[in-house]
Design a protein around this ligand. Structure first.
Ligand code: GLN
Length: 589
Protein backbone atom coordinates (compact mmCIF):
# COMPACT_ATOMS: atom_id res chain seq x y z
CA UNK A 1 0.00 0.00 0.00
CA UNK A 2 1.19 3.52 -0.73
CA UNK A 3 0.77 6.07 1.99
CA UNK A 4 -1.92 8.65 1.56
CA UNK A 5 -0.66 11.40 -0.71
CA UNK A 6 0.52 14.48 1.05
CA UNK A 7 -1.94 17.38 1.00
CA UNK A 8 0.08 19.43 -1.48
CA UNK A 9 0.25 16.49 -3.84
CA UNK A 10 -3.48 16.27 -3.56
CA UNK A 11 -3.89 19.85 -4.55
CA UNK A 12 -3.59 19.68 -8.30
CA UNK A 13 -2.58 17.65 -11.27
CA UNK A 14 -0.12 20.25 -12.40
CA UNK A 15 1.76 19.89 -9.15
CA UNK A 16 4.51 17.93 -10.81
CA UNK A 17 7.59 19.68 -9.54
CA UNK A 18 7.70 17.36 -6.54
CA UNK A 19 10.46 14.86 -6.96
CA UNK A 20 8.52 11.78 -5.99
CA UNK A 21 8.25 8.21 -7.23
CA UNK A 22 4.51 8.35 -6.82
CA UNK A 23 2.84 10.81 -9.06
CA UNK A 24 -0.56 10.80 -7.44
CA UNK A 25 -3.15 12.61 -9.44
CA UNK A 26 -5.94 12.75 -6.93
CA UNK A 27 -8.46 15.47 -7.63
CA UNK A 28 -8.86 17.88 -4.78
CA UNK A 29 -11.04 16.51 -2.01
CA UNK A 30 -10.86 12.94 -3.28
CA UNK A 31 -11.65 10.38 -0.59
CA UNK A 32 -10.18 6.93 -1.09
CA UNK A 33 -12.56 4.04 -0.53
CA UNK A 34 -15.73 6.09 -0.92
CA UNK A 35 -16.14 5.03 -4.52
CA UNK A 36 -15.26 1.51 -5.61
CA UNK A 37 -14.23 0.48 -9.10
CA UNK A 38 -15.24 -2.47 -11.23
CA UNK A 39 -12.94 -2.80 -14.22
CA UNK A 40 -14.03 -4.91 -17.17
CA UNK A 41 -11.33 -6.16 -19.52
CA UNK A 42 -11.53 -8.40 -22.55
CA UNK A 43 -9.16 -11.17 -23.54
CA UNK A 44 -8.82 -13.50 -26.55
CA UNK A 45 -10.93 -11.40 -28.91
CA UNK A 46 -12.97 -8.26 -29.28
CA UNK A 47 -16.73 -8.39 -29.55
CA UNK A 48 -17.20 -10.35 -26.32
CA UNK A 49 -19.95 -8.07 -25.14
CA UNK A 50 -17.94 -6.21 -22.49
CA UNK A 51 -20.39 -3.33 -22.67
CA UNK A 52 -23.39 -5.61 -22.25
CA UNK A 53 -21.75 -7.37 -19.33
CA UNK A 54 -20.60 -4.20 -17.66
CA UNK A 55 -23.93 -2.37 -18.14
CA UNK A 56 -25.88 -5.40 -16.89
CA UNK A 57 -23.78 -5.68 -13.76
CA UNK A 58 -24.05 -1.93 -13.24
CA UNK A 59 -27.80 -2.22 -13.61
CA UNK A 60 -28.11 -4.92 -10.95
CA UNK A 61 -26.09 -2.83 -8.53
CA UNK A 62 -28.13 0.25 -9.37
CA UNK A 63 -31.30 -1.75 -8.71
CA UNK A 64 -29.90 -2.48 -5.26
CA UNK A 65 -29.93 1.22 -4.54
CA UNK A 66 -26.24 1.85 -5.24
CA UNK A 67 -25.17 4.82 -7.31
CA UNK A 68 -23.25 3.68 -10.39
CA UNK A 69 -21.30 5.55 -13.06
CA UNK A 70 -19.90 3.82 -16.13
CA UNK A 71 -16.99 4.96 -18.25
CA UNK A 72 -15.82 3.56 -21.56
CA UNK A 73 -12.15 4.08 -22.37
CA UNK A 74 -11.27 3.84 -26.03
CA UNK A 75 -7.71 3.32 -27.20
CA UNK A 76 -8.06 5.17 -30.48
CA UNK A 77 -6.61 8.61 -31.06
CA UNK A 78 -9.79 10.23 -32.33
CA UNK A 79 -11.12 12.80 -29.88
CA UNK A 80 -14.59 11.28 -30.09
CA UNK A 81 -16.50 8.82 -32.28
CA UNK A 82 -17.99 11.55 -34.46
CA UNK A 83 -15.75 10.96 -37.45
CA UNK A 84 -15.87 7.16 -37.31
CA UNK A 85 -17.59 5.31 -40.10
CA UNK A 86 -20.67 3.55 -38.67
CA UNK A 87 -20.18 0.84 -41.25
CA UNK A 88 -16.92 -0.14 -39.55
CA UNK A 89 -17.56 0.86 -35.95
CA UNK A 90 -21.30 0.77 -35.44
CA UNK A 91 -23.51 3.78 -34.86
CA UNK A 92 -22.28 7.04 -33.40
CA UNK A 93 -24.21 7.50 -30.17
CA UNK A 94 -24.88 11.11 -29.22
CA UNK A 95 -25.19 12.04 -25.56
CA UNK A 96 -27.36 14.83 -24.20
CA UNK A 97 -24.36 17.12 -23.76
CA UNK A 98 -23.42 16.63 -27.41
CA UNK A 99 -20.58 14.14 -26.97
CA UNK A 100 -20.38 11.72 -29.89
CA UNK A 101 -19.54 8.31 -28.53
CA UNK A 102 -19.26 4.64 -29.20
CA UNK A 103 -22.51 2.68 -29.41
CA UNK A 104 -21.77 1.03 -26.06
CA UNK A 105 -22.82 4.24 -24.36
CA UNK A 106 -26.26 3.55 -25.82
CA UNK A 107 -26.25 0.15 -24.13
CA UNK A 108 -25.39 1.80 -20.80
CA UNK A 109 -28.09 4.45 -21.16
CA UNK A 110 -30.73 1.89 -22.06
CA UNK A 111 -29.74 -0.57 -19.33
CA UNK A 112 -29.37 2.05 -16.62
CA UNK A 113 -32.25 4.19 -17.88
CA UNK A 114 -30.29 7.38 -17.37
CA UNK A 115 -28.56 10.07 -19.40
CA UNK A 116 -24.79 9.96 -19.45
CA UNK A 117 -22.33 12.74 -20.24
CA UNK A 118 -18.86 13.30 -21.67
CA UNK A 119 -17.41 12.27 -18.31
CA UNK A 120 -18.56 8.74 -19.10
CA UNK A 121 -16.46 8.42 -22.23
CA UNK A 122 -12.83 8.98 -23.01
CA UNK A 123 -10.38 8.20 -25.79
CA UNK A 124 -6.60 8.22 -26.08
CA UNK A 125 -7.11 11.31 -28.24
CA UNK A 126 -8.71 13.17 -25.34
CA UNK A 127 -6.12 12.01 -22.82
CA UNK A 128 -3.15 13.01 -24.97
CA UNK A 129 -4.75 16.31 -25.97
CA UNK A 130 -5.12 17.29 -22.33
CA UNK A 131 -1.53 16.32 -21.61
CA UNK A 132 -0.08 18.09 -24.64
CA UNK A 133 -2.11 21.24 -23.93
CA UNK A 134 -0.78 21.25 -20.40
CA UNK A 135 2.75 20.67 -21.63
CA UNK A 136 2.50 23.65 -23.99
CA UNK A 137 1.35 25.80 -21.12
CA UNK A 138 4.49 24.83 -19.24
CA UNK A 139 2.57 23.17 -16.48
CA UNK A 140 4.94 20.23 -16.14
CA UNK A 141 7.52 22.65 -14.75
CA UNK A 142 10.60 21.29 -16.38
CA UNK A 143 9.85 17.60 -16.12
CA UNK A 144 9.92 15.27 -19.08
CA UNK A 145 6.37 14.10 -19.75
CA UNK A 146 6.22 10.32 -19.58
CA UNK A 147 3.78 7.50 -20.17
CA UNK A 148 4.26 6.67 -16.49
CA UNK A 149 3.46 8.62 -14.38
CA UNK A 150 1.87 11.35 -16.49
CA UNK A 151 -0.27 9.51 -19.01
CA UNK A 152 -1.36 6.81 -16.59
CA UNK A 153 -1.84 9.59 -14.05
CA UNK A 154 -4.20 11.36 -16.41
CA UNK A 155 -6.25 8.15 -16.76
CA UNK A 156 -6.50 7.70 -13.01
CA UNK A 157 -7.39 11.34 -12.63
CA UNK A 158 -10.32 11.06 -15.01
CA UNK A 159 -11.59 7.95 -13.23
CA UNK A 160 -11.40 9.67 -9.87
CA UNK A 161 -12.98 12.83 -11.24
CA UNK A 162 -15.90 10.77 -12.48
CA UNK A 163 -16.13 9.11 -9.05
CA UNK A 164 -16.36 12.52 -7.40
CA UNK A 165 -18.62 14.18 -9.95
CA UNK A 166 -21.10 11.31 -9.95
CA UNK A 167 -20.80 10.65 -6.22
CA UNK A 168 -20.94 7.02 -7.25
CA UNK A 169 -20.70 4.00 -5.02
CA UNK A 170 -19.23 2.11 -7.95
CA UNK A 171 -17.55 3.36 -11.12
CA UNK A 172 -17.63 0.79 -13.93
CA UNK A 173 -14.60 1.05 -16.16
CA UNK A 174 -14.80 -0.66 -19.53
CA UNK A 175 -11.48 -0.73 -21.35
CA UNK A 176 -12.00 -0.93 -25.10
CA UNK A 177 -10.16 -3.58 -27.14
CA UNK A 178 -8.37 -6.60 -25.76
CA UNK A 179 -5.60 -6.95 -23.19
CA UNK A 180 -2.35 -7.12 -25.14
CA UNK A 181 -3.32 -4.42 -27.67
CA UNK A 182 -0.69 -1.71 -27.86
CA UNK A 183 -3.19 1.08 -27.86
CA UNK A 184 -4.87 0.23 -24.57
CA UNK A 185 -1.73 -0.95 -22.77
CA UNK A 186 -1.39 2.24 -20.76
CA UNK A 187 -5.02 2.02 -19.62
CA UNK A 188 -4.26 -1.44 -18.22
CA UNK A 189 -1.17 -0.10 -16.49
CA UNK A 190 -3.23 2.77 -15.07
CA UNK A 191 -5.73 0.25 -13.69
CA UNK A 192 -2.89 -1.69 -12.08
CA UNK A 193 -1.72 1.50 -10.39
CA UNK A 194 -5.26 2.42 -9.42
CA UNK A 195 -5.83 -0.97 -7.79
CA UNK A 196 -2.59 -0.57 -5.86
CA UNK A 197 -3.27 2.97 -4.75
CA UNK A 198 -6.91 2.55 -3.84
CA UNK A 199 -6.14 -0.46 -1.69
CA UNK A 200 -7.93 -3.66 -0.85
CA UNK A 201 -11.67 -4.01 -1.43
CA UNK A 202 -11.66 -0.99 -3.71
CA UNK A 203 -11.04 -2.28 -7.22
CA UNK A 204 -12.56 -5.43 -8.68
CA UNK A 205 -11.02 -6.60 -11.93
CA UNK A 206 -13.30 -8.65 -14.15
CA UNK A 207 -11.72 -10.41 -17.10
CA UNK A 208 -14.01 -11.59 -19.83
CA UNK A 209 -12.65 -14.36 -21.96
CA UNK A 210 -13.81 -16.67 -24.70
CA UNK A 211 -14.16 -20.44 -24.61
CA UNK A 212 -13.76 -21.93 -28.05
CA UNK A 213 -16.04 -24.75 -29.11
CA UNK A 214 -14.83 -25.96 -32.51
CA UNK A 215 -17.49 -27.84 -34.41
CA UNK A 216 -14.99 -30.46 -35.54
CA UNK A 217 -14.22 -31.36 -31.91
CA UNK A 218 -17.64 -30.87 -30.38
CA UNK A 219 -16.13 -29.88 -27.04
CA UNK A 220 -15.16 -26.71 -25.23
CA UNK A 221 -11.50 -25.73 -25.27
CA UNK A 222 -9.94 -23.38 -22.73
CA UNK A 223 -6.38 -22.83 -24.00
CA UNK A 224 -7.02 -19.54 -25.76
CA UNK A 225 -8.77 -18.31 -22.62
CA UNK A 226 -5.84 -19.39 -20.46
CA UNK A 227 -3.39 -17.55 -22.67
CA UNK A 228 -5.56 -14.45 -22.66
CA UNK A 229 -5.81 -14.49 -18.88
CA UNK A 230 -2.08 -15.01 -18.62
CA UNK A 231 -1.63 -11.73 -20.44
CA UNK A 232 -3.80 -9.98 -17.88
CA UNK A 233 -1.61 -11.36 -15.11
CA UNK A 234 1.58 -10.50 -16.99
CA UNK A 235 0.35 -6.93 -17.01
CA UNK A 236 0.39 -7.09 -13.22
CA UNK A 237 -3.34 -7.43 -12.73
CA UNK A 238 -4.95 -10.25 -10.81
CA UNK A 239 -8.53 -10.74 -11.99
CA UNK A 240 -11.01 -11.41 -9.21
CA UNK A 241 -13.90 -12.42 -11.41
CA UNK A 242 -13.76 -14.25 -14.72
CA UNK A 243 -16.63 -14.33 -17.15
CA UNK A 244 -16.39 -17.08 -19.77
CA UNK A 245 -18.21 -16.15 -22.94
CA UNK A 246 -19.36 -19.14 -24.95
CA UNK A 247 -22.31 -20.02 -27.16
CA UNK A 248 -23.34 -22.79 -24.70
CA UNK A 249 -23.06 -23.09 -20.90
CA UNK A 250 -19.42 -23.57 -19.94
CA UNK A 251 -18.86 -26.96 -18.30
CA UNK A 252 -17.27 -27.45 -14.90
CA UNK A 253 -14.15 -29.05 -16.28
CA UNK A 254 -13.34 -25.93 -18.27
CA UNK A 255 -14.23 -23.64 -15.38
CA UNK A 256 -11.92 -25.66 -13.14
CA UNK A 257 -9.04 -25.25 -15.57
CA UNK A 258 -9.63 -21.54 -15.83
CA UNK A 259 -9.83 -21.26 -12.07
CA UNK A 260 -6.61 -23.21 -11.60
CA UNK A 261 -4.60 -21.22 -14.14
CA UNK A 262 -5.75 -17.80 -13.02
CA UNK A 263 -5.89 -18.08 -9.21
CA UNK A 264 -9.59 -17.31 -9.21
CA UNK A 265 -11.88 -19.48 -7.10
CA UNK A 266 -14.37 -21.64 -9.02
CA UNK A 267 -17.31 -19.71 -7.55
CA UNK A 268 -15.91 -16.60 -9.22
CA UNK A 269 -15.51 -18.16 -12.66
CA UNK A 270 -18.84 -17.66 -14.40
CA UNK A 271 -20.33 -19.13 -17.52
CA UNK A 272 -21.54 -16.24 -19.62
CA UNK A 273 -23.16 -18.19 -22.41
CA UNK A 274 -25.35 -16.68 -25.09
CA UNK A 275 -28.92 -15.84 -24.15
CA UNK A 276 -31.88 -14.85 -26.30
CA UNK A 277 -31.71 -11.17 -25.52
CA UNK A 278 -29.27 -8.81 -23.85
CA UNK A 279 -32.08 -7.78 -21.51
CA UNK A 280 -31.89 -11.23 -19.95
CA UNK A 281 -28.24 -10.79 -18.98
CA UNK A 282 -28.85 -8.88 -15.70
CA UNK A 283 -31.04 -11.69 -14.37
CA UNK A 284 -28.57 -14.28 -15.59
CA UNK A 285 -25.73 -12.58 -13.71
CA UNK A 286 -27.88 -12.32 -10.61
CA UNK A 287 -28.94 -15.97 -10.74
CA UNK A 288 -25.31 -17.00 -11.06
CA UNK A 289 -24.50 -15.01 -7.92
CA UNK A 290 -22.12 -12.59 -9.62
CA UNK A 291 -23.56 -9.51 -7.91
CA UNK A 292 -23.10 -11.13 -4.49
CA UNK A 293 -19.44 -11.88 -5.23
CA UNK A 294 -18.78 -8.32 -6.40
CA UNK A 295 -20.44 -6.89 -3.29
CA UNK A 296 -18.27 -9.13 -1.13
CA UNK A 297 -15.08 -8.26 -3.00
CA UNK A 298 -15.82 -4.55 -2.67
CA UNK A 299 -17.24 -4.67 0.83
CA UNK A 300 -20.50 -3.18 -0.30
CA UNK A 301 -23.17 -5.39 1.26
CA UNK A 302 -24.16 -2.76 3.79
CA UNK A 303 -24.95 -0.20 1.07
CA UNK A 304 -27.68 -2.42 -0.44
CA UNK A 305 -31.33 -1.40 -0.25
CA UNK A 306 -33.37 -4.60 -0.49
CA UNK A 307 -36.71 -2.88 -1.06
CA UNK A 308 -35.37 -0.89 -3.99
CA UNK A 309 -33.94 -4.07 -5.47
CA UNK A 310 -37.20 -6.02 -5.24
CA UNK A 311 -39.16 -3.22 -6.90
CA UNK A 312 -36.69 -2.62 -9.70
CA UNK A 313 -36.28 -6.30 -10.46
CA UNK A 314 -40.03 -6.86 -10.60
CA UNK A 315 -40.41 -4.04 -13.13
CA UNK A 316 -37.57 -5.30 -15.28
CA UNK A 317 -38.75 -8.89 -15.07
CA UNK A 318 -42.17 -7.75 -16.31
CA UNK A 319 -40.49 -6.36 -19.43
CA UNK A 320 -38.37 -9.47 -19.95
CA UNK A 321 -41.40 -11.77 -19.47
CA UNK A 322 -43.35 -9.86 -22.09
CA UNK A 323 -40.34 -10.01 -24.37
CA UNK A 324 -40.04 -13.77 -24.22
CA UNK A 325 -43.76 -14.48 -24.40
CA UNK A 326 -44.46 -15.74 -27.93
CA UNK A 327 -46.16 -12.95 -29.86
CA UNK A 328 -48.78 -13.85 -32.44
CA UNK A 329 -49.01 -10.56 -34.27
CA UNK A 330 -46.16 -9.32 -36.37
CA UNK A 331 -45.30 -6.33 -38.54
CA UNK A 332 -42.59 -5.76 -41.09
CA UNK A 333 -40.80 -2.43 -40.99
CA UNK A 334 -38.49 -1.50 -43.84
CA UNK A 335 -35.50 0.57 -42.82
CA UNK A 336 -33.82 2.25 -45.75
CA UNK A 337 -30.21 3.24 -45.68
CA UNK A 338 -26.91 2.66 -47.32
CA UNK A 339 -25.49 0.76 -44.37
CA UNK A 340 -28.34 -1.69 -44.78
CA UNK A 341 -26.03 -4.65 -44.43
CA UNK A 342 -24.92 -3.74 -40.95
CA UNK A 343 -27.35 -3.78 -38.03
CA UNK A 344 -24.83 -2.11 -35.72
CA UNK A 345 -24.82 1.00 -37.88
CA UNK A 346 -28.47 1.51 -36.86
CA UNK A 347 -28.30 -0.03 -33.40
CA UNK A 348 -30.61 2.47 -31.71
CA UNK A 349 -33.29 2.09 -34.36
CA UNK A 350 -33.07 -1.65 -33.97
CA UNK A 351 -33.39 -1.29 -30.20
CA UNK A 352 -36.22 1.25 -30.32
CA UNK A 353 -38.19 -1.11 -32.56
CA UNK A 354 -37.44 -3.94 -30.16
CA UNK A 355 -38.78 -1.93 -27.20
CA UNK A 356 -41.94 -1.05 -29.11
CA UNK A 357 -42.50 -4.65 -30.20
CA UNK A 358 -42.50 -5.72 -26.56
CA UNK A 359 -44.91 -2.98 -25.50
CA UNK A 360 -47.22 -3.50 -28.48
CA UNK A 361 -47.02 -7.31 -28.08
CA UNK A 362 -45.98 -7.93 -31.67
CA UNK A 363 -42.94 -9.21 -33.43
CA UNK A 364 -41.16 -6.55 -35.44
CA UNK A 365 -39.38 -7.88 -38.49
CA UNK A 366 -36.91 -5.41 -39.87
CA UNK A 367 -36.28 -5.40 -43.57
CA UNK A 368 -33.02 -3.58 -44.23
CA UNK A 369 -33.03 -1.89 -47.61
CA UNK A 370 -30.22 -0.44 -49.64
CA UNK A 371 -31.81 2.43 -51.54
CA UNK A 372 -29.09 2.82 -54.16
CA UNK A 373 -31.02 0.43 -56.41
CA UNK A 374 -34.51 1.81 -55.71
CA UNK A 375 -36.25 3.74 -58.50
CA UNK A 376 -39.79 4.88 -59.30
CA UNK A 377 -40.19 1.66 -61.27
CA UNK A 378 -39.30 -0.88 -58.62
CA UNK A 379 -40.23 0.92 -55.41
CA UNK A 380 -43.69 -0.68 -55.30
CA UNK A 381 -42.24 -4.18 -55.49
CA UNK A 382 -39.81 -3.42 -52.74
CA UNK A 383 -42.18 -1.74 -50.30
CA UNK A 384 -45.61 -3.17 -50.97
CA UNK A 385 -45.37 -5.96 -48.43
CA UNK A 386 -44.13 -3.89 -45.49
CA UNK A 387 -46.36 -2.30 -42.88
CA UNK A 388 -44.19 0.68 -42.14
CA UNK A 389 -41.09 2.44 -43.43
CA UNK A 390 -38.32 4.25 -41.63
CA UNK A 391 -35.93 6.45 -43.57
CA UNK A 392 -33.09 6.86 -41.08
CA UNK A 393 -30.29 9.37 -40.64
CA UNK A 394 -27.26 9.50 -42.87
CA UNK A 395 -24.76 11.62 -44.73
CA UNK A 396 -23.95 12.09 -48.39
CA UNK A 397 -25.89 11.66 -51.59
CA UNK A 398 -25.55 7.93 -52.11
CA UNK A 399 -29.00 6.36 -52.29
CA UNK A 400 -30.71 9.73 -51.72
CA UNK A 401 -32.95 9.58 -54.80
CA UNK A 402 -34.01 6.05 -53.80
CA UNK A 403 -35.00 7.33 -50.38
CA UNK A 404 -37.03 10.14 -51.92
CA UNK A 405 -38.84 7.55 -54.06
CA UNK A 406 -39.58 5.54 -50.92
CA UNK A 407 -41.08 8.60 -49.24
CA UNK A 408 -43.22 9.35 -52.29
CA UNK A 409 -44.49 5.79 -52.39
CA UNK A 410 -45.40 5.59 -48.71
CA UNK A 411 -47.04 9.03 -48.77
CA UNK A 412 -49.17 8.18 -51.80
CA UNK A 413 -49.99 4.68 -50.60
CA UNK A 414 -50.74 5.49 -46.98
CA UNK A 415 -47.99 3.30 -45.59
CA UNK A 416 -46.95 4.39 -42.08
CA UNK A 417 -43.76 6.44 -42.27
CA UNK A 418 -41.17 7.79 -39.90
CA UNK A 419 -38.33 9.96 -41.25
CA UNK A 420 -35.37 10.44 -38.96
CA UNK A 421 -32.96 13.35 -39.47
CA UNK A 422 -31.87 12.76 -43.07
CA UNK A 423 -35.20 10.91 -43.50
CA UNK A 424 -37.01 14.07 -42.33
CA UNK A 425 -35.06 16.10 -44.87
CA UNK A 426 -35.92 13.58 -47.61
CA UNK A 427 -39.60 13.95 -46.76
CA UNK A 428 -39.35 17.73 -47.13
CA UNK A 429 -37.61 17.41 -50.49
CA UNK A 430 -40.19 14.89 -51.72
CA UNK A 431 -43.08 17.13 -50.65
CA UNK A 432 -41.48 20.19 -52.22
CA UNK A 433 -40.97 18.41 -55.52
CA UNK A 434 -44.15 16.38 -55.84
CA UNK A 435 -46.76 18.39 -53.95
CA UNK A 436 -45.54 21.99 -54.02
CA UNK A 437 -44.29 21.69 -57.60
CA UNK A 438 -40.80 22.95 -56.78
CA UNK A 439 -38.94 21.12 -59.48
CA UNK A 440 -35.35 20.25 -58.70
CA UNK A 441 -35.85 20.87 -54.98
CA UNK A 442 -33.01 19.32 -53.07
CA UNK A 443 -30.58 19.60 -50.18
CA UNK A 444 -27.44 21.61 -50.74
CA UNK A 445 -25.65 18.65 -49.15
CA UNK A 446 -26.27 16.77 -52.41
CA UNK A 447 -26.67 19.54 -54.96
CA UNK A 448 -25.24 22.90 -53.88
CA UNK A 449 -26.57 24.70 -56.94
CA UNK A 450 -30.07 23.23 -57.07
CA UNK A 451 -32.89 25.65 -58.01
CA UNK A 452 -34.79 25.13 -54.74
CA UNK A 453 -32.50 24.43 -51.78
CA UNK A 454 -35.31 23.47 -49.40
CA UNK A 455 -32.70 21.89 -47.13
CA UNK A 456 -29.66 24.05 -46.54
CA UNK A 457 -26.76 24.32 -44.15
CA UNK A 458 -27.51 25.85 -40.76
CA UNK A 459 -26.48 29.51 -40.64
CA UNK A 460 -24.55 28.90 -37.42
CA UNK A 461 -22.63 26.04 -39.07
CA UNK A 462 -21.82 27.95 -42.25
CA UNK A 463 -19.03 29.75 -40.46
CA UNK A 464 -17.30 26.58 -39.31
CA UNK A 465 -14.98 24.77 -41.65
CA UNK A 466 -13.84 21.16 -41.56
CA UNK A 467 -15.58 17.89 -40.91
CA UNK A 468 -15.19 17.14 -37.21
CA UNK A 469 -17.06 19.25 -34.72
CA UNK A 470 -19.30 21.40 -36.89
CA UNK A 471 -22.68 19.90 -36.26
CA UNK A 472 -25.66 20.85 -34.16
CA UNK A 473 -25.25 18.19 -31.54
CA UNK A 474 -26.86 16.81 -28.43
CA UNK A 475 -30.07 17.20 -26.48
CA UNK A 476 -32.23 20.17 -27.48
CA UNK A 477 -35.70 21.26 -26.51
CA UNK A 478 -38.43 20.99 -29.12
CA UNK A 479 -41.51 23.18 -28.86
CA UNK A 480 -44.58 21.25 -29.98
CA UNK A 481 -47.53 22.95 -31.59
CA UNK A 482 -50.70 22.61 -29.54
CA UNK A 483 -53.18 20.23 -31.12
CA UNK A 484 -50.64 18.75 -33.53
CA UNK A 485 -50.33 15.03 -34.06
CA UNK A 486 -46.84 15.08 -32.65
CA UNK A 487 -47.97 16.75 -29.45
CA UNK A 488 -50.71 14.09 -29.10
CA UNK A 489 -48.06 11.37 -29.52
CA UNK A 490 -46.05 12.86 -26.67
CA UNK A 491 -49.07 13.05 -24.31
CA UNK A 492 -49.98 16.62 -25.29
CA UNK A 493 -46.62 17.91 -24.15
CA UNK A 494 -45.79 21.49 -25.09
CA UNK A 495 -42.06 20.82 -24.96
CA UNK A 496 -39.96 17.68 -25.25
CA UNK A 497 -36.24 17.05 -25.38
CA UNK A 498 -34.60 14.95 -28.08
CA UNK A 499 -31.07 14.42 -29.37
CA UNK A 500 -29.72 15.96 -32.56
CA UNK A 501 -26.82 15.47 -34.93
CA UNK A 502 -27.16 17.48 -38.09
CA UNK A 503 -25.58 20.14 -40.20
CA UNK A 504 -28.48 20.93 -42.54
CA UNK A 505 -32.05 22.07 -41.86
CA UNK A 506 -35.24 23.23 -43.59
CA UNK A 507 -34.48 26.52 -45.33
CA UNK A 508 -36.79 28.97 -43.50
CA UNK A 509 -37.91 30.79 -46.66
CA UNK A 510 -39.66 27.61 -47.89
CA UNK A 511 -41.59 26.91 -44.71
CA UNK A 512 -44.70 28.92 -45.62
CA UNK A 513 -44.91 27.36 -49.08
CA UNK A 514 -44.63 23.83 -47.71
CA UNK A 515 -47.26 24.52 -45.05
CA UNK A 516 -49.65 26.12 -47.55
CA UNK A 517 -49.57 22.82 -49.38
CA UNK A 518 -50.53 20.85 -46.31
CA UNK A 519 -47.29 19.81 -44.64
CA UNK A 520 -47.42 20.58 -40.91
CA UNK A 521 -44.30 21.52 -38.99
CA UNK A 522 -45.53 20.53 -35.54
CA UNK A 523 -42.28 21.10 -33.68
CA UNK A 524 -39.51 23.65 -33.83
CA UNK A 525 -36.52 24.87 -31.88
CA UNK A 526 -37.18 27.43 -29.14
CA UNK A 527 -36.37 30.96 -30.38
CA UNK A 528 -35.18 29.82 -33.80
CA UNK A 529 -36.99 28.90 -37.01
CA UNK A 530 -35.37 25.45 -37.08
CA UNK A 531 -38.09 22.98 -38.04
CA UNK A 532 -37.77 19.79 -36.01
CA UNK A 533 -41.00 17.87 -36.61
CA UNK A 534 -43.20 17.33 -39.63
CA UNK A 535 -46.44 15.47 -40.15
CA UNK A 536 -49.41 15.09 -42.45
CA UNK A 537 -52.92 15.44 -41.02
CA UNK A 538 -54.57 12.15 -40.10
CA UNK A 539 -57.34 12.62 -42.66
CA UNK A 540 -54.68 12.58 -45.39
CA UNK A 541 -52.38 9.86 -44.12
CA UNK A 542 -52.62 7.34 -41.23
CA UNK A 543 -49.08 7.98 -39.97
CA UNK A 544 -46.65 10.30 -41.67
CA UNK A 545 -44.11 11.81 -39.31
CA UNK A 546 -40.57 13.06 -39.59
CA UNK A 547 -38.15 14.57 -37.14
CA UNK A 548 -34.84 16.33 -37.47
CA UNK A 549 -33.91 14.61 -34.19
CA UNK A 550 -32.96 11.01 -33.45
CA UNK A 551 -35.71 9.85 -31.10
CA UNK A 552 -34.29 6.32 -31.18
CA UNK A 553 -31.35 7.51 -29.06
CA UNK A 554 -33.63 8.17 -26.11
CA UNK A 555 -35.94 5.18 -26.45
CA UNK A 556 -35.61 2.98 -23.36
CA UNK A 557 -36.87 -0.55 -22.68
CA UNK A 558 -39.38 0.56 -20.05
CA UNK A 559 -40.28 3.81 -21.82
CA UNK A 560 -40.16 3.39 -25.59
CA UNK A 561 -40.09 6.50 -27.74
CA UNK A 562 -43.54 7.80 -28.73
CA UNK A 563 -42.81 8.32 -32.44
CA UNK A 564 -41.57 4.75 -32.78
CA UNK A 565 -44.51 3.46 -30.75
CA UNK A 566 -46.86 5.41 -33.01
CA UNK A 567 -45.25 3.87 -36.07
CA UNK A 568 -45.65 0.32 -34.73
CA UNK A 569 -49.26 0.95 -33.71
CA UNK A 570 -50.04 2.28 -37.19
CA UNK A 571 -48.15 -0.64 -38.78
CA UNK A 572 -50.24 -3.08 -36.74
CA UNK A 573 -53.41 -1.44 -38.07
CA UNK A 574 -52.09 -1.83 -41.59
CA UNK A 575 -51.22 -5.46 -40.94
CA UNK A 576 -54.84 -6.17 -39.99
CA UNK A 577 -56.23 -6.57 -43.54
CA UNK A 578 -59.80 -5.50 -42.81
CA UNK A 579 -58.68 -2.15 -41.49
CA UNK A 580 -56.74 -0.80 -44.44
CA UNK A 581 -56.59 2.95 -44.43
CA UNK A 582 -58.49 5.16 -46.81
CA UNK A 583 -58.60 8.90 -46.34
CA UNK A 584 -62.38 8.74 -45.91
CA UNK A 585 -61.91 6.05 -43.28
CA UNK A 586 -59.62 8.31 -41.25
CA UNK A 587 -61.92 11.30 -41.56
CA UNK A 588 -64.64 9.12 -40.09
CA UNK A 589 -67.02 9.58 -43.03
N1 GLN B 1 -26.72 14.79 -43.48
C1 GLN B 1 -27.78 15.45 -42.79
C2 GLN B 1 -27.28 16.68 -42.04
O1 GLN B 1 -26.11 16.79 -41.77
C3 GLN B 1 -28.50 14.52 -41.86
C4 GLN B 1 -27.66 14.08 -40.71
C5 GLN B 1 -28.20 12.87 -40.00
O2 GLN B 1 -29.05 12.18 -40.54
N2 GLN B 1 -27.69 12.56 -38.85
O3 GLN B 1 -28.03 17.52 -41.68
Amino acid sequence: MVDDPSPDLLSSLSNTSHETEFYTPFPQGYQKGKTKFVVVLGTVMSGLGKGIFSSSLAKILKDKGLRVAPIKMEGYLNIDSGTLNPFRHGEVFVLDDGMETDMDLGTYERMLDENLSRKNFTTSGQIFTRILDRERMGQYLGRDVQMIPHVTGEVKHSLRELAMASNADVVFVEVGGTVGDHENGYFIEAIRELAYEEGEHSVCVVALTYIIEPQSLGEQKSKAAQLGLKQVMQAGLQPQIIGCRCPTPVNDKVREKISMFSNVAMRRVFSMHDVESIYMVPEMLHDAGLDREVLTLLNLHDRVNQKSEDQARRKWQGFVDRMITPREKSVTIAVTGKYASLRDAYASIDKALEHCGVHAACRVNIQWLDTTEITARNVADVLRSCHGVIVPGGFGSRGAEGKIECVRFVRENHIPFLGICLGFQMAVIEYARNVCGLQGANSTEFDPSCPHPVIDILPEQKKIEGLGGNMRLGGKDVILREGSGISRLYNNAAKIRLRFRHRYEVEPRYIARLEEHGLIFGGHAPNQPIMQMLELPTDIHPYFFGTQAHPCLTSRPLSPDAMFMGLITAALRRAAPDELFTPAHAAGT
